[in-house]
Design a protein around this ligand. Sequence first.
Ligand code: IPE
Ligand code: IPE
Ligand code: MG
Length: 245
Amino acid sequence: MFFNKKNKQEIDMLRLPKHIGIIMDGNGRWARKRGLPRSAGHSAGADALKKIVIEANNLGVKYITVYAFSTENWKRPKEEVDYLMNLLLDYLRNAERTLSGENVVIRAIGSRKELSREICEQIIKTEEFTKNNTGIVMNIALNYGGREEIVNAAKAICDKVRNGKVKIDDIDDKAFSKYLYTADQPDIDLLIRTSGEQRLSNFMLWQVSYGELWFTDKLWPDFKPADLRRAIIDFQNRGRRFGGI
Ligand code: IPE
Ligand code: IPE
Ligand code: MG
């Protein structure tokens, strides 16, 4: 059904990754190659994202988490940060029309503290608007940092221990994960990073623990639905042992 020309292989619909993570990297380099400002790369990246989410949803993937803005991205020039924030605001606004129509559930994960009131209000609106959809759950990691997520979870648990609501001996891997942004979601099975960089950059440190890592030199705006299918086929050809034999 989903035939991949390059690999001459089909996706096994019964063994889809449940949760795909994507580090959408290379927008700036994509723009530079074309003599355009970095902002043009971000804008092209947002268009690429729409197509990828729709493809993942059509395939039957249940969760997708995309890295849109890291807690470290504030280090960029103010002009670029402002552009990205506006783009995200637009993306969330338009998603009510484009992605919600595709049955996508949209959530934002990450710290809201540093975000503008306008974005926070739009997040609440878009989440509310899409919450009863039944398709793929899309987590947009916005002002997200993996370490911050884990530290916040530890703090929340400490608070419960202090108030006598949780016993220290009851804290295990499963209990801990309930305090993460992805509380009710499966771990990441397949992590894709574009642009040739091979690092996590503080993305989903807990959830990617046993995820399969897949890298491509393609820059994010050039990443097409066919590339997603190729990544899924590669994923299905790997032996996942989870420490067993
Ligand atoms: C990824 O593209 C998008 C964000 C980090 C927001 P980059 O902006 O990092 O593009 P490069 O890595 O500079 O090419
Ligand atoms: C990771 O990309 C963050 C996002 C894709 C949002 P970066 O471009 O910020 O990561 P580094 O700096 O190359 O590690
Ligand atoms: Mg980058």
